[in-house]
Design a protein around this ligand. Structure first.
Ligand code: GLN
Length: 197
């Protein structure tokens, strides 16, 4: 089975390791360039994107990560991981860098204070049953380029129509956290993408 790493300098690493392990695809942590070299594919977890890019810089992972991602390595980002994959950010901190790769603009902490964390059922492209999505100070996709496919949007309420999952080639991202809970379909979707690539 493919060798999938989870970026592990910050974020909810364990949840992704468990989700992948439960699918029979044991994953390993990536904190050093040598570990990245062993990866066929990578997960960028949820957490804090401002901390992630700084740590990636300090640990000399930023450039190698960007190179692998732009070189076509299948990569799945959740929440802060989506921000890390975005080519452009709104409401980032001054100087905040991303690895890029996805031709999207994300808005950080987009859902605002009152509903900054919430859960809800959303349709996900190709799934017959909705996904129960957990949003924690989540971004949304503000704009997307022509090669980016939206996979899920907020169904109702003030944020109705906002895009919260996308795919572009070997890259995919969700602004919610499929690694939290027991629904394995989105990780399975990623593992299928990895196997096909
Ligand atoms: N708000 C966080 C950020 O900007 C993302 C939150 C999350 O990953 N749950 O990175």
């Amino acid at each position: 089975s493919p060798s999938i790493g989870v970026f592990a300098l910050q974020g909810d690493v364990r949840e992704h390791l468990r989700a992948l392990g439960d699918l029979g695809v044991p994953a390993f942590t990536v904190r050093r360039p040598e570990e990245l070299e062993r990866c066929d594919a990578l997960v960028l977890p949820g957490g804090e994107s401002t901390t992630m890019y700084k740590l990636a810089r300090s640990f000399d992972l930023f450039e190698p990560l960007a190179a692998r991602i732009h070189g076509g390595m299948p990569t799945f980002g959740t929440c802060a991981g989506m921000i890390m994959l975005a080519d452009r950010i709104e409401d980032g901190i001054a100087g905040q860098e991303t690895l890029g790769g996805l031709d999207i603009t994300v808005r950080r902490n987009a859902f605002g204070r009152q509903v900054d964390s919430f859960e809800g059922d959303i349709e996900f492209d190709g799934f017959s049953e909705p996904v129960h999505a957990v949003f924690i100070r989540a971004p949304w996709v503000e704009t997307l380029g022509p090669d980016v496919q939206p996979l899920a949007t907020i169904p109702s309420g003030e944020a109705a129509g906002r895009i919260v999952a996308v795919r572009q080639g070997n890259l995919m991202a969700t602004s919610f956290h499929p690694e939290v809970g027991s629904d394995d379909r989105i990780h399975r979707y990623f593992v299928d993408l990895v196997k096909q690539s």
